[in-house]
Design a protein around this ligand. Sequence first.
Ligand SMILES: Cc1cc2nc3c(=O)[nH]c(=O)nc-3n(C[C@H](O)[C@H](O)[C@H](O)COP(=O)(O)O)c2cc1C
Length: 217
Amino acid sequence: MRPWIPETDLPDHERTARAAAFCERMASRHSCRSFSSKPVPRAVIEASIAAAGNAPSGANRQPWHFAALSSAGAKTALRVAVEEEERHFYGGIGGSEWQGVLRDLGAKADKPYLEIAPWVLVAFGQTRASETDLFPNPQVTESVGIACGLLISALHLAGLATLVHTATPARFLNRLCRRPEHERPILLIVVGHPAADAAVPAAALERKPLDQIASWL
Ligand SMILES: Cc1cc2nc3c(=O)[nH]c(=O)nc-3n(C[C@H](O)[C@H](O)[C@H](O)COP(=O)(O)O)c2cc1C
């Protein structure tokens, strides 16, 4: 056991002000789907992934691994595979049910940003600690989701734009990122600077107010 290291003792109004200031900074976060090719130093990505590594996790298994892609070859291969997968989705069942909603939110089958943005991070969830471990890690999706929340927040506070994206096709991502079978890709996070024409779709500006997302008992 290590004694708890207390945070600086603050008056309550200062605590509230800090939480409100964080809320205000995060309110400007939006998904970006038009990136510039302006480079982002690896050190920023490293610090942000390190921040994600402080997330709580089921049984402290820390069941995450982040593959950071920046090479043109890897990003092009990723774009080709993701676009092929998405064309199935947009042309198939997903097309009929979700096409309108997703279009309004700016999502489409063409994904040039996967090649243009300087970084694409693939968040993997480790279903077991190692390939030979018999026991499954608990709450993998929840733990990786929380870590990705910290990652996105760190990147946003570093002044970068991000897009959280569905991680398919799964097997392809394992091969591309050279990750073992007991890991499964959970999210792609595209990272970079916004292009001059980047915009936030009107539908994405609607955020539920506090009284709809919280109740007090
Ligand atoms: C798990 C998850 C998967 C997502 N997948 C995609 C995706 O495949 N393509 C896309 O354009 N946006 C994707 N998004 C982004 C959402 O469309 C976006 O967060 C939502 O419309 C709200 O907009 P905002 O991020 O600007 O607040 C995804 C978001 C999450 C959390």
